[in-house]
Each structure stands twice: as structure tokens, then as C-alpha cells.
Design a protein around this ligand. Sequence first.
Ligand code: UFG
Length: 325
Amino acid sequence: NTVKYLVTGGAGFIGATVATMLMEAGHEVVVIDDCSRNSQRFVPAGAKLVRKRVHEVADVLDSSFDGVLHFAGLIAAGESVEFPERFWDNNAVGTLVLLETMRKSGVRKLVFSSSAGVYGNPESVPITEDAATNPVNAYSYTKLSCDMAIASEAVAHGLAAASLRYFNVAGAYRDKQGTWRGENHEPETHLIPIALEVAAGKRDKLAIFGDDYPTPDGTCVRDYIHVADLAQAHLLALDHVEAGEHRVYNLGSGTGYSNAQIAQAVARITGREIPVVYTDRRPGDPAELVASSQRAKSELGWKPTRDSLEQMVGDAWAYYQHTQA
Ligand code: UFG
């Protein structure tokens, strides 16, 4: 019997990559996505798309599903400062509706896209799952609220669940058919894709936000994880969750790179010049975010294999050039 999963947000960068890898593992995938932030052409071939909001998930989910992977949600932290109501509705209300629908239809397995943003400005790095949570914007508040609602559901009603707290997701995935999937944010706000646009000559220069942070070179430090390694953790989490338990896993590579180091790496790996200007800090940016993913390694048997900048930036560049071709 094939195993059947519902993937919410399967038109997005991470959701589409996980959906692809689930199908490559022989599973059946149905995607629910309203395609408000991503085109439906990013939904992988072979997955059935239901073009609706998560709030309408009752029209799709029934007892024939073995589990849900919940990616649908808004992600731009800056937008959440300006329009928090969008985040409370899409992310928090959407997740509550999903949990209720799963309970009613008897679907008892959930893997949720949470975020390192829930830790805010951490007291120390690397960040373990026991670190204090302290969201600094509405985006991160909604992610933490969802984690808590899922934990309550697991304890009260026997859901088997995991929240995966992603650090900075990078790279791109070339599937077994040879199709590349990568990031397509509109507008683009993430460091590596913007640096690639500079490499491609689509922008004049890379503005690095802040050079007076308490870090070795004064620019912010982040922990990048390859989207395919991240996707693999979702498949492992599906195999390890237990009824009545909510598990939390931080997912990063465990190495911090400064924004200036990323600019240099993009220049090196693309062989193009990346002119840099240093501008003011971007509000709400923590100085340094680096994960401890020890728990995912020991409990899930997770082994990141694409954690070099060469691979992450190289794959993102291959995807970028492919989409421009
Ligand atoms: N940055 C620049 N210039 C740019 C864009 C970004 O200097 O043009 C800097 C940012 O200020 C930050 C670093 O590059 O210091 C990384 O910024 P990103 O926007 O690429 O990523 P964030 O770390 O802000 O956020 C990402 C996800 C969030 C998630 C968070 C968790 O976008 O959804 O990681 O760590 F919550």
C-alpha cells in the first residue's frame, strides 16, 4: 500500500522540495496551496494540486491520508512587523484549522515547519532545543504559537508530531528527472539569492546590513542548511514521531558564516565580482544564529551531506542560471 501525504504549501521552495523527495521515496503526495506567494508551476509534477487556503483543508483531508507536512505560511519577518494580522490569520489560525481537521478525519501524524526565529536573540550559540524562546517579530510569534498548539494537541489527543526549526535554508535541488527547484521569492529579501543577482549582473552591488555587530568581522553570522539535507530530515521525522509526543528539532549545519564571508564565497564560487557596500543594520536582526543539530543527528539519524558553502551556493547558482536560460 502506498503511503499518502498531504503537503500544505507545496508550491513553495521547501514544500516543493520535500514533496519531490517524498514521491522519489515512492509515496503519494497531494498538495494544498493557494499559490498566493508562489506560482503553481513550482508544484512538482506527479503531485495533485488543490488550489485552496489551509483554512479550507477540510475539503481535501480525509482518513485516506497517512500524515501531513505543514509548510503553508507567510515567511517574511519584515512584512510581519507591518502586517501582523496576515501572519496570525495565515500561520496561526491556519494551523488551528488544520489540527482540528486532522483530529476529525483521524489523520494522526504531523511534521511542521517551525523556525529558528522563535529563539530571537539567543543568549549563547550553538542553540539547542532547550534554549529560551523569545520571538522578536510577529512571524516568529506565530511559529512559536503553532509549536505550542501542536504540543497541546499531541498530549491531549494523541497526535504524533514534530516541529522542525529551520535555520537559514539555502541551495537548490535537482530531482531525479533532472528538474531544478530552488528559491523564488518576490520580492527577494534573502542574502544568497540577492548576492547571486549581483553575480549575474542583475543588481549593481550587494548591500550588507550592518558592520558593527559583536562578531569577528562585524557582520551578522548565520547558519546555512542545504534544502535537500533539510528535506531529508522531514522524511526521517515522519518515521520517528510517536503518538502523544511533540518533538522539536533544530536544523542547521552547525557552522556560522558572516554576511561578508558569504559575499566572498559567492564571488569565489560564481567567478564573478560582488561589489559590497555596508549600510545600516536591518531592524530585528540577531547578531549570530548557529544551530546545534545534535538532537536530530542522534534521535533521527540525520546526516547532512551537502553542508559546504561550495555545494549550497553552487547549487543555488546552478538553479539561478537555469531559470535565466
Ligand atoms: N542581508 C544583507 N543584505 C541583504 C539581505 C540580507 O546584509 O540584501 C543580511 C541580513 O541582514 C542577515 C543575513 O543577511 O544578517 C541573512 O538574512 P536573510 O534575510 O537571508 O535571512 P534571515 O536570517 O533574516 O532569515 C531567515 C529566514 C527566516 C527565518 C530565519 C531563521 O528568512 O524565515 O532565517 O534564522 F526565520
